[in-house]
Design a protein around this ligand. Structure first.
Ligand SMILES: C[S@@+](CC[C@H](N)C(=O)[O-])C[C@H]1O[C@@H](n2cnc3c(N)ncnc32)[C@H](O)[C@@H]1O
Length: 231
């Protein structure tokens, strides 16, 4: 969803200064698709988790979402209830970190537009607002290197799960802790025999939530721009 240049091609650079300061060059769609095809089966699994630590305006994340929604349509297209809940689960499993505030807004907008178009919902409806809330949690404005949010807090990610019957669970984990999980799994590691749950304790666990619970947490600041943020 990169903006188009005047000749209709994707605009891959916003300014030379931003390239110099932040290495901001967006990836064209054919390359995104080719790269996602390297892990095709995962991109087509509704509950596979993707994190992009320099997500820009979401060129990779929107394509992952499109593929997950195609999987939702194939599996649950005939049941409006399941289709809506699994589409929300799809977006719950996509995460991003981005340094620049305008990119964060665009990334959330781009993803919310895809979800709302697919479900045929607008800002008056719970599924739209729940999607906006999830994006405000999952697409983090921060620095992936220092692992701090833009207001200096340690980055934490919500692990969402669908419990069925319209209920979702949420547990939060520190990004710093999650990055250590691969090291703990290595054979021979002192802790390799322990279950992950014994080492990786959630920062916070929540009671099961419905779509309307999630929707009530959203603040859609401006309908026109679909700017999403937490309360
Ligand atoms: C090369 S662009 C790629 C954007 C997007 N992934 C794409 O392929 O279109 C790199 C992005 O990372 C962001 N960025 C740079 N340093 C970062 C950091 N330390 N933490 C998070 N994001 C960062 C930039 O603002 C920019 O949007």
């Amino acid at each position: 969803m990169t903006p188009l240049a005047s000749n209709g091609s994707e605009r891959l650079v916003k300014s030379r200064q931003r390239v110099a300061d932040h290495g901001e060059v967006f990836t064209p769609e054919p390359i995104v698709d080719a790269m996602l095809n390297l892990v095709k089966a995962e991109t087509e699994r509704i509950d596979s988790r993707f994190l992009e630590t320099a997500c820009g305006s979401g060129n990779f994340l929107v394509q992952v979402l499109r593929r997950k929604l195609a999987a939702v349509e194939t599996k649950f297209g005939t049941s409006e209830f399941e289709k809506r809940h699994y589409a929300l689960l799809g977006i719950m499993c996509i995460y991003g970190i981005e340094l620049l505030p305008d990119n964060i807004v665009e990334c959330r907008e781009n993803m919310l537009e895809i979800l709302s178009d697919y479900l045929g919902v607008d800002e008056t409806e719970d599924f739209f607002r729940a999607g906006a809330f999830v994006l405000s949690q999952n697409i983090v404005h921060g620095d992936a290197l220092t692992m701090l949010t833009s207001d200096g807090q340690p980055i934490a990610f919500a692990e969402w799960g669908y419990l069925g019957k319209g209920k979702f669970q949420r547990r939060d984990f520190l990004f710093d802790t999650l990055t250590q999980s691969a090291a703990f799994s290595v054979e021979g590691n002192l802790f390799a025999d322990l279950g992950m749950h014994e080492i990786f304790k959630p920062l916070k666990s929540y009671a099961a939530m419905s779509v309307s619970d999630l929707a009530s947490l959203a603040v859609v600041k401006s309908v026109a721009t679909l700017t999403t943020d937490t309360a």
